[in-house]
Design a protein around this ligand. Structure first.
Ligand code: FAD
Length: 266
């Protein structure tokens, strides 16, 4: 495994750039990555397009995220989640999305074309908007937006669906509160709507001890896995080694300063 501190800040995988994806996630921040982990684990061909950096890069020490009792460097956390999404099967593209439009005008079932500043348009059957709360790129779709201060957030139902079939929104762009764990949880929740609408066989994405289902004469549900004790111990060993490696060295990166402060310092 490569040194965690030597990983590129953004992992770019180009193993299927062309063609219609099952899901395109706009924004590789907290909500987008959490959504991608779920859709990829559910077997959906998932592309994450990201044009900049997560607002969490500005944080100095992330201390309210469950699972890190003494906090975690936010940049390290973001790298960890990106690697988890990559391992789950997400592909990544660097790109600022400028417009999302139906491939066939007026017909959402045929999928969407996602235009970026940087390259050729991408295509996906479903789009999860998880970018900053700047939803200009969704204007062509008329998803329903509402102004909140200088931002336009997207109207969603409780599952994260917009007024347009196949288009969802998660995290801050969906008006969620401004905490990382809330964004991650919302990303995961909205991905479940996209998975359900895709009609892939899926239950809960659980890993259970052997016999949990089969011991009751039940099939292991789709999306679930039963593992034996040896396998459980092996996975725990791997998890501990991975965490030790992630935490082994200080990260030589500093928080991104607010642009107004950074400009004033120049
Ligand atoms: C200074 C500061 C400190 C913070 N400290 C904490 C803290 O201690 N604890 C806590 O819980 N939360 C903290 N937060 C809040 C936390 O960062 C956010 O709640 C969280 O990052 C929101 O997740 P998100 O996925 O909605 O947005 P983001 O994480 O910002 O992700 C959005 C992503 O979309 C990308 N993007 C934007 N527009 C486009 C486009 N058009 N095309 C493609 N990609 C695009 C961006 O590059 C970004 O990667 C802090 C925020 C700030 C500013």
């Amino acid at each position: 495994m490569p040194s965690k501190n030597g990983l590129a800040t953004f992992v770019t995988q180009r193993h299927k750039v062309d063609g219609m994806r099952d899901v395109c996630i706009v924004g590789g921040g907290v909500a987008g990555l959490a959504a991608g982990i779920f859709t990829a684990r559910a077997g959906l061909d998932t592309l994450v397009v990201d044009g900049g950096e997560s607002i969490l890069e500005r944080n100095a020490s992330l201390e309210n995220y469950p699972g890190f009792p003494d906090g975690v460097d936010a940049r390290r956390y973001l790298r960890m989640v990106r690697e988890q999404a990559t391992e789950a099967g997400c592909a990544f593209e660097r790109g600022s999305v400028t417009a999302v439009e139906p491939v066939v005008p007026g017909e959402y079932e045929a999928g969407f074309e996602i235009a970026t500043v940087e390259g050729a348009p991408l295509e996906a059957r479903r789009v999860i908007a998880a970018s900053w709360p700047d939803s200009e790129y969704l204007r062509p779709l008329d998803v329903g937006r509402k102004q909140r201060g200088s931002k336009y957030i997207i109207d969603v139902d409780t599952a994260g669906r917009t007024a347009v079939d196949g288009v969802y929104a998660a995290g801050r762009i969906a008006g969620e509160p401004h905490q990382a764990v809330v964004a991650a949880g919302h990303g995961a929740k909205v991905s479940l709507a996209a998975i359900a609408d895709s009609e892939v066989p899926f239950y809960h994405d659980w890993v259970t001890p052997s016999g949990y289902f089969t011991g009751r004469e039940r099939e292991v549900p789709p999306g679930c896995e039963e593992i034996g004790d040896d396998e459980r111990r092996e996975r725990d060993q791997r998890a501990r080694e991975t965490m030790q490696e992630w935490m082994a060295e200080p990260l030589d990166e500093t928080p991104t300063m607010h642009p107004r402060v950074a400009d004033a310092d120049r």
